[in-house]
Design a protein around this ligand. Structure first.
Ligand code: HQG
Length: 182
């Protein structure tokens, strides 16, 4: 399978595993898992065709490791990024590093200065462990602006942090007091 096709299927997987399983009538359990066989079969209804080995290749080579299999590879889920509020990834709250980073763009800054970082359509605010990753996240929307988040201080004041399987840091809301603007 060529890279273009892999990317197309990866985007489709993000859609049905994070946002709209109903697009193909896919069942996700409460922890976000779909049955691999059901996914392969129901994807065909939208003319998205892939075999199990092809799915494995997409999961393994995915640039952000967006998806994971269970131990016997009969189930698959997205590691983070869900907008479905009912999905519980069962992540454990852990202590974050002193600083985490958030990549955004200029047009959002005034609003962020007012309300802090909000999760918008997703389950969590997404934060990156390093500036390079945050720069890539911000670049999806234009010239990136990187905000430094005083994550350890937040944690010490009772805010919970989670790290997804693919190393994205997640929290509920970042109040303005913990944001260092450039
Ligand atoms: C902004 C991608 C105005 C926030 C990425 C962001 C990430 C505010 C946008 C993952 C705001 C939400 C998540 C406020 C936050 N006022 N704007 N108060 N608070 N925003 O896509 O962090 O490729 O939901 O700055 O790489 O950009 O899909 O979040 O610009 O890991 O796997 O509102 O999605 O991963 O946008 O990206 P998003 P994000 P994937």
């Amino acid at each position: 399978m060529n890279e273009t096709n892999k990317k197309r299927i990866s985007k489709f997987l993000s859609l049905v595993l994070r946002h709209q399983p109903e697009h193909i009538g896919l069942n996700l359990d409460k922890n976000g898992w779909a049955k691999v066989n059901e996914l392969i079969e129901k994807s065909k209804t939208k003319h998205i065709l892939f075999s199990f080995p092809e799915l494995e290749a997409i999961v393994v080579t995915n640039d952000k490791q967006r998806f994971a299999f269970n131990a016997d590879k009969t189930k698959i889920r997205a590691n983070q990024g869900h907008s479905l509020m009912t999905i519980d990834l069962q992540l454990e709250a852990i202590q974050p590093p002193e600083f985490l980073y958030h990549g955004t763009v200029a047009k959002f800054i005034d609003s962020i200065r007012t309300t802090g970082l909000e999760k918008r359509s997703r389950q969590h605010v997404h934060l990156s462990e390093d500036r390079d990753t945050a720069t890539k996240v911000g670049s999806r929307r234009g010239l990136p602006i990187i905000l430094s988040i005083k994550s350890l201080e937040m944690h010490n004041k009772g805010h919970e942090f989670y790290r997804s399987e693919n190393n994205v840091w997640l929290t509920d809301h970042v109040p303005v007091a913990f944001i260092e603007f450039q």
